[in-house]
Design a protein. Structure first.
Length: 131
């Protein structure tokens, strides 16, 4: 259910239950625990409750755990989601990784720490053409 929420769109419990292939009761119990643990926010609209990740830091943790997981993070039917998706404020998936690598190789971006980048002088010139 958490990986489904990586695109930052709130989902109702029923949709998350279907995605996880679990009963609505089981999903409800898990969602309640995830809210209590600070992983999710819930917003009530009428008779529905919409769940979303509690913030960017949760999305980053889920992606980091997915990188070291021994089981696939996404289902095979989620090929498009594995190829390209947005995750809060960044492009993710295979496309995001390839784009970042290309920008690094061309010295538009320079690594700044483990997960951050800085735009180089060459990068400023490159991006100025996009304005």
């Amino acid at each position: 259910m958490l990986t489904v929420l990586l695109d930052a769109r709130p989902r109702c419990a029923g949709e998350l239950a279907r995605e996880a292939d679990i009963s609505p009761q089981s999903a409800s119990m898990h969602l309640s625990q995830l809210c209590n643990g600070g992983f999710l926010h819930v917003k009530k609209q009428g008779r529905y409750r919409y769940y979303s990740l509690a913030g960017r830091h949760i999305a980053q943790a889920i992606e980091a755990l997915g990188a070291v997981s021994t089981s696939p993070t996404f289902k095979p039917r989620d090929r498009d989601l594995c190829f390209a998706r947005t995750c809060y404020d960044h492009l993710a998936g295979v496309l995001g990784v390839k784009l970042t690598s290309a920008l690094e190789r061309s010295r538009v971006l320079a690594p700044q720490g483990q997960m951050e980048y800085t735009i180089t002088a060459r990068g400023e010139k490159f991006f100025r053409h996009w304005q």
